[in-house]
Design a protein around this ligand. Structure first.
Ligand code: CAA
Length: 384
């Protein structure tokens, strides 16, 4: 593994950093209050090639690989995590179509996903009664002339209010547990697909999270992704890659928390000296920085393995587990360093903590990551 970035990776990171500083950072606090969905921001991300960093050029992507994607995600999340989650889910949807779709499906959907026309994508796996236990979903896809009729309810659907394309999982064989699940591509506005209740969340206010009602939703057979019964494997492989994105997002939020804390500690004077002169504060900054670098190494390693075409399930789970836990600790320390001010909206650190917290839940809870890691070491050995 090489720690030197390629010219292309450095360029993508710079492009994301410049965009984040110019467009996202000045609006992030306001978006947190208003909950405004980042429509123009996603359009600009698409035009910069940042919605499809890992997607082949033939389908409108930047074809720059997972390391570049991780760097871009980190920069976007450092400015506004709400925008980064829409970017993460869109990239995950585009990647899974590139991997599992037919040529016609790829040509029809991927350029629209990463290039702007769909604005963003959504990943409809979870249901009210099945989150961690994804295979226990109840939504069904029943054969109908020319395709399937889908019925059920999906829960926690990120970007559900604005996504132009939904990847929807449903049981084509309800008796067959995880092997009875199939995946479908459904465009926004398809009759039978209704956006339901929007969740009022603790953080990520600029990201929409909704229920989806699927009622007599007809999906033609040529919009099934992969074979019947492939759906669970498609979801799991997509989430492996997605978890590198969420680890990168956590890294971005933690970076912002550390930067803000170092700045504040240098300016705020207590007991006659800047906070940064107090060992208690210095130790907090040191611990935050050490955990941030450990997160970066785990995340980059998972990205490197994925880019090499090597197995990375365990490493992605480790990166997500560690980085999201470390980010919430770092944001909590950031509030502590800011004292009472940290608990107010005068400083961004309380937003960072609220935004970071869901990283330990979505795209697989920390407990699910531990299940995945344990399963992998017991299957393949302790050293990868
Ligand atoms: N790659 C390929 N195949 C995999 C796989 C992987 N990473 N993980 C599992 N599989 C395969 C298994 O090999 C097995 O295949 P066979 O039937 O051929 O043997 C099959 O899938 C079933 O595997 P398990 O028995 O391990 O499945 P399980 O039911 O015990 O579940 C789990 C395992 C890891 C807990 C899984 O259910 C899981 O990841 N749950 C969390 C779901 C999740 O992350 N949801 C996030 C929602 S999306 C989201 O949050 C996006 C957003 O909007 C921000």
């Amino acid at each position: 593994m090489n720690f030197d970035l390629t010219e292309e990776q450095a360029l993508i990171a710079k492009s994301a950093r410049d965009f984040a500083a110019r467009v996202l950072a000045p609006r992030a606090a306001d978006r947190d209050v208003t909950g405004r969905f980042p429509v123009e921001e996603l359009q600009e991300l698409a035009s910069l090639g940042l919605l499809g960093v890992t997607v082949p050029g033939a389908f409108g992507g930047s074809e720059a690989g997972t390391m570049a994607y991780s760097l871009a995600m980190t920069e976007i999340a450092r400015a506004d995590a709400s925008v980064s989650v829409a970017m993460a889910v869109t990239n995950m949807a585009a990647e899974l179509i590139c991997r599992w779709g037919t040529e016609t499906q790829k040509k029809a959907h991927v350029p629209k996903l990463v290039g702007g026309p769909y604005l963003c994508g959504a990943f409809a796996l979870s249901e009210p009664q099945s989150g961690s236990d994804a295979a226990a979903m109840k939504t069904t896809a029943t054969p109908a002339p020319g395709g399937y009729r889908i019925a059920g309810t999906k829960q926690w659907i990120t970007s559900g209010t604005h996504a132009g394309l939904f990847v929807i999982w449903a049981k084509t064989n309800p008796g067959a547990a995880s092997r009875g699940i199939s995946a479908f591509l459904v465009e926004k506005g398809t009759p039978g697909l209704t956006v339901g209740k929007a969740e009022e969340k603790m953080g990520l206010h600029g990201s929409s999270t909704v229920q989806l009602h699927l009622e007599d939703l007809f999906v033609p057979e040529d919009q099934r992704l992969g074979r019947e019964g492939d759906g669970f494997r498609i979801a799991m492989t997509a989430l492996d890659g997605g978890r590198i994105g969420i680890a990168s997002q956590a890294l971005g939020i933690a970076t912002a928390a550390l930067e803000q804390s170092a700045r504040y500690a240098s300016e705020r004077v207590q007991f006659g000296v800047p906070l940064a002169e107090h060992q208690a504060i210095r130790f907090m900054l040191a611990d935050m920085s050490t955990a941030l670098e450990a997160s970066r190494l785990l995340t980059w390693r998972a990205a490197f393995l994925k880019d090499q075409g090597l197995p990375f399930t365990r490493e992605a789970a480790m990166a997500k587990l560690y980085s999201t836990e470390a980010a919430t600790r770092a944001c909590d320390s950031a509030i502590q360093i800011h004292g009472g001010y940290g608990y107010t909206r005068e400083f961004p650190v309380e937003r960072y903590l609220r935004d970071a917290r869901v990283g330990r839940i979505y795209e697989g809870t920390s407990e699910v990551q531990r299940m995945v890691i344990a399963r992998e070491i017991l299957k393949s050995g302790v050293l990868s």
